[in-house]
Design a binder for this molecule. Sequence first.
Ligand code: GLN
Length: 551
Amino acid sequence: MTKYIFVTGGVVSSIGKGLTSASIGMLLEARGLTVRMQKLDPYINVDPGTMSPYQHGEVYVLDDGSETDLDLGHYERFTNGPLTRDSNYTTGQIYLQVIEKERKGAFLGKTVQVIPHITDEIKSVIRKVADSGVDVVITEIGGTVGDIESLPFLEAIRQFPISVGRENCLYIHLTLLPYLKSAGELKTKPTQHSVGQLRQIGIQPDILICRTEQPMSREERDKIALFCNLRPEAVIEERDKDFSIYEVPLSLVANGLDEQICDRLHLPSQAPDLEPLNDILHRLRNPQHEISIAVVGKYAEHKDAYKSIYEALDHAGIHHRAQIRISRIQSSDIEAEGPECLLSGHDGILIPGGFGERGIEGKVQAIRFAREKGIPLFGICLGMQCAVIEFARHVIGLKDAHSTEFDKDTPHPVICLLDEQREITHLGGTMRLGSQPARLLPGSRAHRAYGTEAIDERHRHRYEFNNVFRQQFEAHGMVFSGTSPDGGLVEIVELPDHPWFVAVQFHPEFKSKPTKAQPLFRDFVEAAIERRKRRHDAAQASRITTGQQAT
Ligand code: GLN
């Protein structure tokens, strides 16, 4: 019998519900259980694919091509169960499905209502992820208790135990305990109100996880337990972790969360295997190298816009035991201040994906700087397209080369629209999306990184390298080291004469894990470490020749 865990959030948004849910999944897997993760988002957009990164952070793409919430990235990095289209539903999608059924006459002329039709649809998408052999489904409800739009979701999870049994369901509520400096204490009232609101809806949480900056005292825990109708051991502290997100699951174990969950759901009580987590933290705490990487993007100031890229860099750092300082650089600032001023001093430059014209010239300048100075460069999606534009303009001499995304009338359209994309007017789920196979050129840097000739990586783009220019690029030294299996689409370009210059049309960041760094990120970081060493050695040598003491 599959068990169902529902995670809700209270008091404020952004208290790390995604990370906490992913940590719960990780801990249950560490106890040998099979887990499936799911996120239900109360907003009306059908998916986050058309939402601005300012609003929503990165769009996380799954193998099956669905464009999902970035919390699914946490789930995939922390757990091993497959994620699919069914792992993320929004209010928009739920309503769309119900309305489509209504148009087909599926409700036999009845009045279609939030209860039962919308709530039935929500319950059915929760059940969909419980394949045979799945021990636990963890469904996170986006938003905060008290929001009008989360009501149908909360009502659906209230009803859920009626069909599967209350003993097979667990409600976990994550809240914030604000610390008031003037009073010198943690405040429990907002938590009491939030749980009160849940109880009004008919949900009594089984476990309360309290996000807090300061330690929660025994008295505070007992007080919360009393007001929220819980046993004190079901009130779990989740203190802020400044050092690393991998401390979160460990602190939850220390506070007894996984034990409580297994106890309440009558799951086997074997101890979790925490070795992989401890190893990650050991590596992070004992770095042997220190490097700095510049990520030059359009949304650099937004910490979630390139979330998976930052995480994948961290994974490569864990692999090499390198502490990575990431500078988030706004590409439009490079246009204003020049690459020298913002980029020198970095050991590697990464150009992420993106859409729209703002900051494109800054990215092209950054790539030129990296190419000419021999700084390791990693281009991803739009980053690859900019690398192609830069090469065309400054190496081949095609002065006004561009992508037709930004200049429809360019005389040298080195990046242009895929044939199948020309007719599309409808936004949302219409790009080249999801996992696609590619073939690597034997002996290339990409091939050496992956150690295989056949790879699958996730995509999200409309534009492509224009094959009309292929020979010209090859004649000037660019190597097309990855293509679609039929050779028709360019997937990877590299410059063999450069210390490390690789740019890819896909998004390798989506498949990186803390325990298994993505091969290209791994090798990019290795190249950055090498560059740092060379610079350090050169500085030492010059100090010696000028008679100074080497340090
Ligand atoms: N805007 C480019 C395209 O559509 C790149 C997309 C991306 O970087 N994800 O092809």
